[in-house]
Write a protein that binds this ligand. Structure first.
Ligand code: TA6
Length: 289
C-alpha cells in the first residue's frame, strides 16, 4: 500500500480497480475526487454542487503502467519528447506515496511524493526530490515541487497537462493569450503570434511562451473557467481534433468535441536549469467562475 499516513478518515479511501491500479477515493463535503497513486494523477475533481472540473476519457480502462488519458497527467522531468524516453517523462507511470493530508470544512490538502530511489533507478546519475501537493475544494490547485538533490545543475522541463471539459469545442474560446508568442507543434513553425481569442477548427498544439497571466475558457451555456499558473512562463494548448483522436489509444474518436488541454508548463523556451539544492514549484489553479 503506497500510503505513509493513516487514511482512516472516511474522506480518503485507498481502492484498487479491477486491473489492480490503486486510487485515492476522496469524499469530502466540499469536493469529490479521485487520484491514481501511479503518477499522482488526478482523474476526477467535482466541487460540491458543480460540474466536473476535469475531463477523463470514458474508454480508458485505467490499467497499471499505462498513461491515463485525461485528468492532469504530471509530465516530468521532461515535456513531450524533449528528452529520449517515454513521452512526457517518467513521473506519470511511477508509483507515488501519500505522505500527508490536511482537512478543513472547505478544502482538503494531500501531499504525495515520488520516492527518490524510484527516480534514481529510472534516471541514473540524477538526484531529485519530487512532491505534488493537491488542494481540492471549490477549485483545484496543484503544486509540483522539484528539488535538485545533486551536486550539478540539472535541466527540467515539465507540465501539469490539464484536460478540461467543454460543452462544445466548436463554441469554445480561450482569452488571455492575445499577442502571445507560440511554437506551433502542428505546423512546426517556431515563432507565431496569437491574434484574438484561441478558437478551434482543427488540431491545435501550441506552446505559448513569455506568458504568465491567467487564461479564461469561455464555452457554450455560459461556461467560464479560469486557469491560473505560477512558476510558469509557458502554457500548452492542445486539442487533437478528428484524425489524432482516432489514432490515440484509450481516446474516443469524438473525444475532441468535449475537451481542451490548458497546461501550466516549463516547456520549450521555458525549460529550466536547477542549480544544486535549488527548488522550483510549478503551480496551476483551475476554477469555474
Ligand atoms: O501536450 C500536448 C501533447 O504533447 C500533444 O502533442 C499530444 O502528444 C498530447 O500531449 C498527448 O498527451 P497524453 O497525455 O495523451 O500523453
Amino acid at each position: 500500500m503506497n500510503v505513509k499516513v493513516a487514511v482512516a478518515s472516511k474522506e480518503i479511501r485507498v481502492l484498487r480497480n479491477i486491473h489492480g491500479r490503486e486510487f485515492l477515493e476522496i469524499d469530502h463535503p466540499a469536493v469529490q475526487a479521485r487520484i491514481s497513486l501511479e503518477g499522482a494523477h488526478i482523474v476526477s475533481c467535482v466541487p460540491a454542487g458543480e460540474e466536473p472540473l476535469l475531463w477523463m476519457s470514458p474508454i480508458d480502462p485505467e490499467e497499471p503502467g499505462k498513461p491515463l488519458r485525461g485528468g492532469v497527467p504530471i509530465c516530468w522531468p521532461w515535456f513531450a519528447g524533449e528528452r529520449p524516453g517515454p513521452a512526457h517523462g517518467i513521473a506519470r507511470t511511477s508509483q507515488w506515496v501519500l505522505t500527508d493530508t490536511y482537512s478543513a470544512p472547505h478544502l482538503l490538502r494531500l501531499l504525495l511524493e515520488l520516492p527518490e530511489d524510484t527516480i534514481r533507478k529510472q534516471l541514473p546519475g540524477e538526484a531529485w526530490r519530487l512532491q505534488a501537493e493537491f488542494e481540492l475544494g471549490q477549485s483545484l490547485s496543484i503544486n509540483l515541487i522539484t528539488t535538485n538533490l545533486s551536486d550539478k545543475p540539472q535541466v527540467l522541463s515539465q507540465a501539469l497537462h490539464s484536460y478540461l471539459p467543454v460543452h462544445s469545442i466548436h463554441s469554445t474560446q480561450l482569452w488571455g493569450l492575445e499577442g502571445a508568442s507560440y511554437v506551433d507543434q502542428v505546423t512546426g513553425v517556431a515563432s507565431n503570434t496569437q491574434h484574438g481569442a484561441v478558437t478551434f477548427t482543427g488540431e491545435v498544439d501550441r506552446i505559448y511562451y513569455d506568458h504568465r497571466s491567467p487564461i479564461q475558457l469561455e464555452g457554450a451555456e455560459d461556461q467560464r473557467v479560469i486557469v491560473a499558473r505560477d512558476g510558469s512562463q509557458s502554457v500548452v494548448v492542445w486539442n487533437p481534433w478528428i484524425d489524432k483522436s482516432t489514432r490515440l489509444s484509450q481516446f474516443p474518436d469524438d473525444g475532441y468535441l468535449g475537451m481542451v488541454c490548458i497546461e501550466a508548463a516549463n516547456a520549450g523556451p521555458d525549460a529550466r536549469i536547477l542549480e544544486p539544492g535549488e527548488t522550483h514549484t510549478l503551480s496551476t489553479e483551475i476554477k469555474r467562475i
